[in-house]
Design a protein around this ligand. Structure first.
Ligand code: NAD
Length: 355
């Protein structure tokens, strides 16, 4: 339910098959969709996630429950536990790693910088250290549009990244790219960084605007709509999760050497336009409260995706309004299913490592 049609996935070209893939952060929003798709394509998939409580853990448990139904092994553990990583590699002989585990969120990073340094920098090095002697394993890791600074030319191109991120989250994602480069240079590891642009869709994150806006519109609560200090509308290159997953799978399949790609829609939407799409999908009016954006936020994000198009044949397909319809459909189902009451506790993931 609310995942890509298995038949459509199975008929896709350019896709990874018969691989053994570790997906870190795999009960997170993007990792969940990725793990489900990879297993439908015929790969062996192990998820490693610490089920942290940055947002409602019941949503992560619900995702884990679905993944289990698809035949994915889910390990409840931390990437900071290097012995667990070693054990998983020994047991499963991974051919590919999709590293998505991270402390996400721009605004949260303003007051919680150490959470970002721990998971996104310190423990990212655990992944690199594990791969140091395994140049044949293809690593794809999540970077972000947040690496771009306010001075970056619109649309953002990979080479123009100015090393002036506006927040700690973006700084840690840029450090991922720099560290990956060092390990590639020193040990010839294969590492591809993917700069995702505001990802949305079913099973999406409760801390992100699409979820918060939809929840508030459905309840008749007021939405805080941020604009720039000059009163300009904010714009985001909202990208549907299936397109992002398609880009990740293509990168895993391709992955050779060192590279960084923008994965976005390539068509930004203003935040007020996005809210109008939610109004139309829910059939309810939004009540707005205009606010000035925090200095950590970029006024606009806009991906130039030509590098990913050239090398990976990446071509995002989902129109933003259709994506909003799909998200709102899922949101209604999910809130009725049990967002406000606990899902049954999962008993199929294994604290401390695989059984
Ligand atoms: P998410 O928070 O839903 O998923 C991240 C998962 O990682 C969570 O389930 C969390 O429990 C897990 N995790 C965090 N620290 C961990 C640790 N130390 N050990 C093991 N697991 C840990 O976020 P998401 O939206 O799915 O994002 C996935 C990746 O993509 C992240 O790296 C994020 O920074 C990046 N990204 C996301 C977006 C977006 O719009 N969603 C945009 C740019 C980049």
């Amino acid at each position: 339910l609310w995942l890509r049609d298995p038949l459509e996935v199975a008929n896709d070209d350019h896709m990874l098959r018969n691989a053994r893939v570790l997906v870190t952060g795999g009960v997170g929003f993007i990792g969940f969709h990725l793990a489900a798709t990879l297993v439908q394509l015929g790969n062996d998939v192990v998820v490693l996630d610490n089920f942290n409580s940055y947002y409602d853990v019941r949503l992560k448990e619900a995702r884990a429950h679905k993944l289990f139904g698809h035949g994915v092994r889910v390990v409840n553990g931390d990437i900071c536990d290097f012995r667990l990583l070693e054990k998983l590699f020994e047991q499963h002989g991974f051919t590919h790693v999709a590293h998505l585990a991270a402390q996400a969120g721009v605004r949260y990073s303003v007051n919680h910088p150490h959470d970002y340094i721990r998971s996104n920098v310190d423990c990212f090095v655990n992944i690199l250290e594990e791969l140091r002697t395994k140049p044949e394993v293809k690593l794809v890791y999540a970077s972000s549009s947040s690496v771009y600074g306010k001075d970056a030319t619109i649309p953002f191109t990979e080479k123009e990244c100015s090393d002036k991120p506006t927040n700690v989250y973006g700084a840690t994602k840029r450090m991922n790219e720099l560290l990956a480069h060092s390990y590639h240079h020193l040990y010839n590891i294969s590492a591809t960084g993917l700069r995702f642009f505001t990802v949305f869709g079913p099973w999406g994150r409760p801390d992100m605007a699409p979820f918060i806006f939809t929840e508030r519109v459905m309840r008749g609560d007021t939405i805080d709509v941020y604009h720039t200090a000059d009163g300009e509308e904010m714009r985001r290159d909202f990208t549907y999760v299936d397109d992002i997953v398609d880009g990740i799978v293509r990168s895993l399949h391709h992955g050779a050497g060192y590279d960084v790609f923008n994965l976005g829609r390539g068509h930004p939407t203003s935040v007020p336009q996005f809210i109008e799409m939610i109004e139309s999908a829910t059939g309810k009016p939004a009540r707005r409260n205009d606010m000035e954006a925090h200095a950590a936020e970029l006024p606009e994000t806009y991906a130039d995706v030509s590098h990913a198009a050239d090398v990976l044949d990446y071509s995002p397909k989902m129109a933003t309004d259709e994506g909003v319809n799909a998200f709102v459909g899922w949101y209604k189902w999910y809130s009725e299913q049990g967002m406000f009451r606990p899902f049954p506790r999962a008993d199929y993931y294994f604290p401390g490592g695989p059984a």
